[in-house]
Design a binder for this molecule. Structure first.
Ligand code: ADP
Length: 468
């Protein structure tokens, strides 16, 4: 205070003057403080507003800038908002492209599944390998054939999946261009312990390489499609057909040559007496009958097998058929001094069957029994009824050479003949095959064999008793 009074007294102002100056100074200071505070709080508000705008823009809720500012914050917001909107546009573009890519991926995925399910419907095995000789695609037929897990096979080396080394090598060679674009060959593949024949098609897949724009585009081998078709059955049928043709032509030629030779001898007068002529006539008749039976057997087998056989069923007595067959075969039996016996039975068992076909079966069985029984033997035939199964049974029994056990399962196969019997009698191996077809396929009956080597054989067939 003392100091102030000294200052007052030296400055020449009155005390009141000094008080006025001090108050005015205080007021000015206060006003300056208020203005500063207002400026700070307003700039804070503008910055907060600018941040809110930028945040809204970045979240895409707001696209324009209307921040009013006296501190340049508005300009800053404009610059930021421009960048944000550019980023926003790029972001939207990327989102659009992502959406499009997702759609394309979905379509490609659906097409892939469609293609896989088409491949899986094929019976042929399909294996697609890529340029690294790895599995790109395969179907379920291939997985069954080569026994691999379809879901785990992708991108695995081909020789790890295809357990047939020569086939895996073929695929690699094709991929390396060692073979022409498409190659077809026959390959034997071991499947389930047995060997099957496959028709294999190997095709190279070529794609255009445009990776480097300076180099002219070129076709590159990008993989191999291998298709395997099982042709085992077709090959067997083709083989059987060619065997059939050669067997039949051989069997037809044999009796024909014999007939021709005896006819020529008769024409040339080589049979001088009546007895020799009679003998020649008998041989010609026997060979003609053999030829006729052979042709009947062949025709009937092929008709039954192709399903075009005409079956003329009627109520008929098996006993009467047997009697007719015995009468036909008697001369053949007598020629070998074989006793051919028909065991009588009551004639009231009727079957509903094709008479001619059944007659041919009985003739085939009797003819075999006589052929494979030595001179002086015995052949018997009987008819009986089996009440429990309601079947009528025909039994042809002989005292002949018998059949080795290992041959029995094959006797009904076409052209099958017991090796040792070929020198005993002429034959075609078709007779029993026809019996089986006629009795089992056409008439729902059954055929059985019992035989003992050197003691004889018993052939039985049974047909259902006809309903009234
Ligand atoms: P084939 O014309 O050769 O007689 P089959 O089909 O009638 O033809 O008979 C097939 C084979 O079965 C014969 O070749 C023969 O080996 C054997 N066979 C058939 N019947 C008898 C039988 N009664 N006794 C011994 N073997 C028989």
């Amino acid at each position: 205070m003392l100091l102030m009074l000294l200052v007052f007294s030296f400055s020449g102002l009155t005390l009141l003057g000094w008080i006025t100056v001090a108050v005015s100074g205080g007021v000015v200071f206060l006003i300056l403080q208020i203005v500063q505070w207002q400026i700070i709080s307003r700039s804070e508000m503008e910055v907060a507003e600018a941040i809110a705008h930028v945040e809204m823009m970045s979240s895409g809720e707001y696209s324009g800038s209307d921040v009013r500012s006296s501190f340049g914050v508005g300009h800053l917001v404009d610059v930021v908002s421009e960048s944000v909107s550019k980023i926003q546009q790029q972001h939207n573009q990327i989102l659009l492209e992502k959406k499009e890519l997702n759609i394309r991926l979905g379509i490609a995925d659906a097409e892939n599944k469609h293609l896989t399910s088409i491949l899986n419907t094929l019976n042929d095995a399909v294996v697609v390998t890529d340029s690294f000789n790895e599995i790109a695609m395969a179907n379920s037929a291939a997985s069954k054939l080569f026994r691999f897990n379809l879901d785990e096979s992708k991108r695995l080396p081909v020789d790890q999946i295809i357990n047939d080394s020569s086939l895996a090598k073929l695929i690699k060679d094709t991929r390396e261009g060692q073979h022409k674009h498409t190659r077809r060959l026959e390959q034997r593949v071991v499947k389930g312990g047995s060997e099957s024949v496959y028709d294999v098609t190997l095709s190279s897949v070529y794609t255009t390489n445009q990776a480097n724009s300076n180099i002219a585009s070129q076709n590159v081998n990008s993989g191999v499609v291998t298709i395997l078709r099982d042709v085992t059955r077709e090959r067997e049928i083709a083989e059987t057909k060619s065997d059939f043709v050669s067997n039949v032509s051989h069997e037809l030629r044999t009796p024909l040559s014999s007939i021709k030779a005896y006819m020529e001898m008769l024409i040339d007068g080589e049979a001088e007496d009546e007895k020799t002529r009679f003998e020649f006539y008998n041989i010609i008749q026997g060979e003609t009958n053999r030829l006729s039976r052979l042709i009947d057997n062949i025709l009937n087998i092929s008709r039954i097998e192709s399903g075009v056989v005409r079956v003329q069923r009627e109520h008929t007595s098996l006993m009467s058929i047997v009697t007719e067959a015995v009468n036909i075969m008697l001369p053949q039996a007598r020629a070998k001094q074989i006793e051919l016996v028909e065991i009588p039975s009551p004639d009231y068992f009727q079957v509903y069957a094709d008479r001619d076909m059944i007659l041919q079966c009985v003739l085939n069985l009797l003819s075999n029994a006589i052929k494979y029984t030595s001179d002086g033997g015995r052949v018997s035939v009987s008819v009986s009824v089996d009440d429990s199964s309601e079947m009528v049974r025909v039994v042809v029994n002989d005292t002949g050479v018998g059949i080795p056990e290992e041959d029995v399962p094959h006797l009904f196969d076409k052209f099958y003949r017991v090796a040792d019997h070929k020198k005993l009698a002429k034959g075609t191996g078709l007779g029993l095959n026809l019996v089986k077809h006629v009795i089992e396929t056409v008439h729902n009956g059954e055929v059985n064999i019992e035989s003992e080597v050197n003691h004889g054989s018993t052939f039985t067939f049974a047909l259902p008793i006809a309903e009234d």
